[in-house]
Design a protein around this ligand. Structure first.
Ligand SMILES: Cc1cc2nc3c(=O)[nH]c(=O)nc-3n(C[C@H](O)[C@H](O)[C@H](O)COP(=O)(O)OP(=O)(O)OC[C@H]3O[C@@H](n4cnc5c(N)ncnc54)[C@H](O)[C@@H]3O)c2cc1C
Length: 403
């Protein structure tokens, strides 16, 4: 394979870079430094700032560059999409396209009406989705989910509990898996629904209650979602009744791709080094320390290796191949780097300052390193038990080992 982008893609890279320079100002918010939602994710000013930038990407015609033309997208070649997401990630800017996981599921499994209802608003950056898959007893083993939906006229009536729904308190719509046939084998009695989380006045539908779940830094990051006979019109079924599992796998496959992770790390490391070059800690420059220099060089080499694994995935996709074990290797390498190497090393180099959290007066870069070192522990659990799934895919599909 060729690890270099074409001349045309590199020209596009420079165009995107210039656009970001002209239009993206993080305004001091700890924007999108990690793949999971950031420290400031619920700050209305930060959200407004993100939205303004998203609208500029919409006006530029880039926000739906990955979408097929039939849905009003740009149908850009995958190699260009790769360059675009890398540049946004390097700059720590908001993601440059509508949530790919549910978008892909709607395009592939949605009815014409669902496509007409949701896709234009998503293309304009006007809908936020939350995901209701996990339950207290259905995480890695997702197909054990118990939330029930019963037919009643034109509606399904949903009763049950979801957990770990990221930022559902801020969402407009909820894509949720429910059991519609309790007697069928567990993968075959599941239906995929789209549930309204609030009406235009911001009121929750009857029977729907959201309770906060806090992360170890005290942030309301997830929700427990309780549904007590919540009515969902049948027109909001995604895919076929009782075959929701297959549509949900489309969602998870889109969720697991993400080739920009290594470049996001490289951007953060570059800004970290800029800080070290101009700052003295306890009267000394940390860059004078040979151990720090070697550790950083070692980390940078790891990030380059991670990036090459990501480039391989993007290159295979651009050739029309499906990078199954290659995608799993790339994703796993990035998760391992994040939680075992990247964040721990940056925090350790800063010594006592590396444990200071957001809002602490003396915290470098407003506590980015302390905060994200703590929360990076959650990397690898999202996306349907990625930490287990990655090695299973590599073993079975990559190495041909038995199940
Ligand atoms: C940052 C973050 C965001 C999330 N956002 C969402 C969201 O928006 N919507 C949503 O629905 N869910 C979300 N989740 C939940 C996520 O999908 C689940 O955490 C995941 O599926 C794992 O399930 P669990 O937490 O119940 O762990 P469990 O399945 O209970 O696993 C617990 C431990 O046991 C291990 N384990 C499990 N089964 C086996 C096995 N067969 N063999 C060996 N070891 C095993 C696991 O590796 C893990 O270490 C999010 C999670 C995180 C961390």
């Amino acid at each position: 394979m060729d690890f270099k982008s074409s001349k045309e893609d590199e020209e596009f890279r420079l165009e995107v870079r210039q656009f970001i320079q002209d239009n993206w100002d993080p305004k001091g918010f700890l924007g999108h430094e990690m793949a999971v939602r950031s420290w400031d994710f619920d700050n209305p000013l930060s959200r407004e700032n993100d939205k303004e930038f998203t609208k500029k990407l919409v006006d530029q015609g880039w926000y739906t560059m990955s979408w097929p033309k039939e849905y009003g997208g740009g149908d850009y070649p995958l190699s260009k999409q790769f360059v675009y997401t890398e540049e946004l990630a390097y700059a720590g800017a908001p993601g440059g396209s509508p949530a790919s996981n549910i978008t892909g599921a709607i395009m592939m499994h949605g009815s014409d009406e669902a496509k007409k209802t949701f896709l234009p608003k998503m293309a304009a950056g006007d809908i936020e989705w939350a995901q209701g898959f996990s339950e207290p007893n259905a995480g890695t083993d997702l197909a054990s989910l118990q939330t029930r939906a019963v037919e009643d006229g034109d509606d399904y009536v949903v009763t049950g509990q979801k957990i770990w729904s990221s930022a559902a308190q801020l969402g407009d719509w909820y894509h949720v898996l429910v059991r519609t046939d309790p007697d069928a084998p567990k993968h075959r009695g599941i239906t995929y629904l789209m549930m309204n989380l609030k009406d235009e006045a911001g009121e929750r539908p009857e029977g729907l209650t959201l309770r906060p779940l806090y992360d170890m830094m005290g942030r309301w990051r997830w929700c427990e979602v309780f549904m007590d006979e919540v009515r969902v019109p049948k027109k909001y079924v995604l895919g076929e009744v009782n075959r929701g599992w297959y549509a949900a796998m489309t969602t998870l496959n889109f969720e697991r791709t993400g080739t920009e992770g290594p470049v996001r790390h490289i951007g953060i490391l570059d800004r970290f080094l800029d800080m070290l070059k101009t700052t003295k800690f306890n009267g000394e420059s940390l860059l004078e320390d040979p151990l720090v220099k070697h550790k950083i060089a070692d980390l940078r080499i790891r990030l380059e290796a991670d990036r090459m694994l990501a480039v391989r995935v993007a290159w295979m996709q651009a050739q029309g191949e499906v990078p199954q074990s290659e995608g799993a290797i790339s994703g796993l390498a990035n998760q391992i780097t994040a939680k075992l190497h990247f964040w721990p090393l940056l925090a350790k180099i800063l010594q006592d300052y590396g444990i200071l959290n957001v809002g602490e007066e003396r915290a470098p870069h407003n506590g980015l390193y302390g905060g994200y070192n703590a929360i990076s522990l959650s990397q690898g659990f999202g996306g349907g038990g990625g930490i287990l799934l990655g090695p299973s895919i590599i073993a079975q599909r990559g190495l041909g080992l038995p199940r």
